[in-house]
Design a protein around this ligand. Structure first.
Ligand SMILES: Cc1cc2nc3c(=O)[nH]c(=O)nc-3n(C[C@H](O)[C@H](O)[C@H](O)COP(=O)(O)O)c2cc1C
Length: 183
């Protein structure tokens, strides 16, 4: 089972830190899974303009391939203007629907405004449904104030919430994998 964690933003560093934290916990709970991090900041993705995949630059093709090869995802996003960053929306547009279809996905967001905790429900899940992903109902929404001055996730209640989230995510992923391999 290959799980690809996506840090879906070009802004700041807390989204990546949150995604890395969840992936580390997941590796502990589900040691057999292969985990990889895809940080959109490390790739020069072109804007989707409808070209066939092989006509995009090397970085764009590499990222599309990583998504095609993954069995499951953890999609992390910053909240910008009440929604997701354009970089993440562009990624969803670049990748063929078939690369997401029937793959198990969980979501984690980080924002500064507690009133925007529903951004995953309102903006990400509808896209996930369109792309035919299977998704964990609950998600993590971390506030900037859950991190300390060095951007470490330190808020006790949030850490506990993340632990419970990962426990459920790991358990569902393991069941999903059994069904996938037909055992
Ligand atoms: C341009 C911009 C727009 C933002 N809009 C929102 C917003 O609408 N809602 C929100 O909760 N946070 C918003 N934020 C705050 C970030 O989501 C928040 O600070 C988050 O923790 C960013 O962490 P990072 O920069 O370390 O990745 C915005 C930040 C920027 C830079």
């Amino acid at each position: 089972m290959k799980v690809l964690g996506i840090s879906g933003t070009l802004v700041g560093s807390k989204t990546r830190i949150l995604v890395e934290h969840i992936l580390q916990q997941l590796q502990q709970q589900y040691p057999e899974c292969k985990i990889e991090l895809l940080d959109l900041k490390e790739y020069k993705l072109e804007l989707c303009d409808g070209r066939p995949t092989d006509q995009y630059n090397e970085d764009t093709q590499k990222v599309i391939l990583k998504i095609e090869e993954a069995d499951a995802f953890l999609i992390g996003t910053t909240i910008l203007h009440g929604s997701i960053p354009s970089a993440l929306k562009n990624l969803f547009e670049l990748v063929p629907v078939s690369a997401f279809t029937d793959k198990f996905t969980a979501f984690a967001a980080n924002g500064g405004n507690p009133l925007h905790y529903l951004a995953i429900e309102n903006y990400v899940k509808p896209i996930a449904s369109y792309l035919k992903m299977l998704s964990l109902p609950e998600y993590v929404f971390a506030l900037s104030s859950d991190f300390d001055g060095q951007n470490r996730l330190v808020k006790e209640t949030k850490l506990k919430e993340v632990d419970q989230f990962v426990e459920h995510y790991a358990s569902v992923l393991q069941q999903f994998y059994k069904i996938k391999v037909g055992s």
